[in-house]
Design a protein. Structure first.
Length: 225
């Protein structure tokens, strides 16, 4: 499933960021094609803003495997809404991948690696990348308290892949406890489930601010899909 109900305010464009044109196609069209190219994916449920009028204009919107639903106020609400539809399509033990619309540069090989790792270990799994910068923990005044060991740190990417029933229950449990669910793995951790990591590629960036648009376009035109 693809959460795509955000407005992308940090990017400052006049349309939601997932519809910005990158290398000749809307960002989200690249994202959908990366998923639809994988024949292990039976359906792609996309959560959009109820006022979204652009989703139906995408070439992939006519694909029989694509289902559009309405998202919610926060990303986690959008994920939960889409998981309700995923649940109608399958069984609780089926696997589901959650992948941000704003990550259009996912290579086929990374998706294959993630799916293979989750299936073979039978453990929920996420793509991650290393941390390049030295990390500082600061207090409320912004003064450095400590240097965090970056070797033990990872940046969480998407897709993230979990058994459907466990993921739904974990997100519901975390939201009910007002826990901040910024990715699916955080809800799984909250509910006490293990999450394995799979090395993700550097190109799998989340387009967030204006300069990311140029970088994503560069990745889309120079790296192998
Ligand atoms: O805002 P951010 O870049 O963290 O959003 C990550 C993804 O979650 C984006 O694809 C965005 O469209 C989606 N989202 C959503 N529903 C929201 C907020 C964000 O589906 N209410």
């Amino acid at each position: 499933m693809v959460p795509a109900a955000g407005t992308g305010v940090r990017l400052g464009a006049d349309i939601p960021k997932q519809y910005l044109t990158l290398a000749g196609l809307p960002m989200i069209e690249h994202t959908l094609r990366a998923l639809l190219a994988n024949d292990q994916i039976r359906a792609v449920v996309v959560a959009v803003d109820p006022a979204d009028t652009l989703i139906d204009t995408l070439p992939s919107a006519t694909d029989r495997r694509v289902i559009i639903v309405h998202g919610g106020q926060e990303r986690s609400h959008s994920v939960l809404a889409a998981l309700d539809t995923v649940a109608e399509l399958g069984k609780s033990g089926d696997w589901v991948l959650v992948h941000d619309a704003a990550r259009p540069c996912l290579p086929r090989s990374a998706l294959d690696r993630l799916i293979a790792a989750a299936r073979s270990s039978n453990t929920g799994s996420i793509l991650v990348s290393p941390v390049d910068d030295t990390l500082k923990q600061v207090n409320a005044e912004g003064e450095v308290i400590a240097t965090v060991d970056r070797e033990a740190m990872r940046r969480a990417q998407t897709p993230q892949m979990f058994p459907l029933g466990v993921l739904r229950a974990s997100i519901a449990e975390a939201l009910a406890a007002h826990y901040s669910v910024t990715d699916e793995a955080s809800a799984m951790e909250f509910a006490g489930h293990p999450v394995a990591t799979v090395p993700g590629p550097r190109c799998n960036i989340k387009v967030t601010v204006a300069e990311d648009v140029a970088l994503a376009e560069w990745y889309l035109t120079t790296t192998e899909r």
